[in-house]
Design a protein around this ligand. Structure first.
Ligand SMILES: NC(=O)c1ccc[n+]([C@@H]2O[C@H](COP(=O)([O-])OP(=O)(O)OC[C@H]3O[C@@H](n4cnc5c(N)ncnc54)[C@H](O)[C@@H]3O)[C@@H](O)[C@H]2O)c1
Length: 240
């Protein structure tokens, strides 16, 4: 049984990954800043949880230390904590820009860096990027910049940590049915059926679709795969 820490594990893609790993008999540890939501999700799944904010380096370091002490090291890390702020770039509040950078990019950097000393040889990190790492999404400048950044960070860490026998990959989901998308639909910033029609396979992704790819990248089947971004997109990335 491998111990896998999942940031942003209370909801959406992170939770979908935890459900999949738990079903496969792995020791999934949910980590989230939302204390009530992460406790509830962990109870429903039947796994352990920790409360931490990925922008708080000290709190994250303590959390990784606790988990590593309790389970004798860490075998996997999935960085799914993330958020988005949308709007015309010319008027995007600077606070919105900073918040997205802090969570999606700096948070992923902190998490990788603070976990690495606890990762056992053969461990695997999977960062959750996005199709926004390769497609220009108007009114999502901050989000897009962070996802390009996450792919770049993934490549550098893959090369740097190969000698530790730690692999670092990313997944690039297309629009996935989670709270993040529901919020944009509620705000009138997204039309779900219009979006589904743009997907060559005719639907949005489900968290379970992303969890399958994450599970592969964590597994021994991917033992010689590192520095890659696996797009889980129903064909959208390379469509017109
Ligand atoms: N939903 C999509 O369409 C989609 C597509 C591509 C990529 N992604 C990426 O997938 C990841 C997860 O998104 P989601 O759709 O599951 O979102 P979500 O809102 O459903 O879940 C995100 C989780 O992250 C947690 N979180 C946010 N900030 C945090 C912080 N500072 N510290 C700790 N936890 C924090 C939230 O509390 C929440 O539980 C994000 O990185 C997002 O950019 C989502």
């Amino acid at each position: 049984m491998r111990t896998v820490v999942i940031t942003g594990g209370a909801k959406g893609i992170g939770r979908g990954v935890a459900e999949r790993l738990h079903r496969d008999g792995e020791n999934a540890i949910l980590v989230d800043r939302d204390e009530a939501a992460v406790a509830a999700a962990a109870k429903e799944i039947g796994c352990a949880h920790e409360v931490a904010n990925v922008t708080d380096a000290d709190g994250l370091a303590d959390m990784f230390q606790r988990v590593a002490d309790r389970y004798d090291g860490i075998d996997g890390l999935v960085n799914s904590a993330g958020l988005t702020r949308t709007g015309p770039t010319a008027t995007l509040p600077l606070d919105d820009w900073q918040q997205v950078i802090d969570v999606n990019l700096t948070g992923t950097f902190y998490s990788c860096r603070l976990a690495v000393e606890h990762l056992v040889p053969g461990a695997s990190i999977v960062n959750v990027a996005s199709i926004a790492a390769v497609r220009a999404l108007p009114e999502r400048a901050a989000y897009t910049a962070t996802k390009f950044g996450v792919v770049g960070l993934t490549r550098v860490l893959a090369v740097e940590w190969a000698e530790r026998q730690v692999r670092v990959n990313a997944v690039g989901p297309t629009w996935t049915k989670t709270q993040l998308i529901d919020d944009l639909v509620d705000q009138g910033k997204l039309d779900e059926s219009e979006l589904a029609a743009k997907m060559p396979m005719g639907r949005l992704a489900e968290p379970a679709d992303i969890a399958g790819a994450v599970s592969f990248l964590l597994s021994d089947d991917a033992r010689f795969v590192t520095g890659q971004t696996l797009f889980v997109d129903g064909g959208y990335t390379w469509s017109g």
